[in-house]
Ligand binder design. Structure first.
Ligand SMILES: [Zn+2]
Length: 113
């Protein structure tokens, strides 16, 4: 049942993609202030979650400076986490990552760790 619904919405989106995109642009132009406020609310909430998670420190060297700590995707190395993600997507992405300092992240991506 859920799959049928999902399939229906997927097909609907594919058929009406241009219309929906145009509507999205018009909506954002008309409601610019509201959209910006929502965006900033998401940004602030996500930033506080990201800062809290980073406080666990680097996975390899125990660096604790949150300004140089990053999220490293273990499987998909080229994907980054955005401050504008919805809550569920943010948590899902964080679960796929380890916190690493910038140096360890580069070494990890090069396969040196
Ligand atoms: Zn490190």
């Amino acid at each position: 049942m859920k799959d049928k619904r999902k399939q229906y919405f997927k097909e609907y989106y594919q058929k009406n993609r241009k219309k929906k995109l145009r509507y999205g642009v018009q909506y954002r132009q008309k409601n610019r202030k509201r959209c910006l406020e929502t965006c900033m609310r998401y940004h602030d909430r996500n930033k506080s979650i990201i800062v809290q998670v980073r406080q666990i420190g680097c996975y390899f060297c125990s660096e604790l400076d949150i300004d140089i700590l990053e999220f490293a995707h273990i499987d998909l190395k080229d994907v980054s986490i955005s401050y504008n993600y919805g809550f569920e997507r943010l948590i899902k992405e964080i679960e796929k990552c380890e916190v690493m300092c910038a140096n360890c992240h580069i070494k990890f991506d090069l396969g040196k760790l």
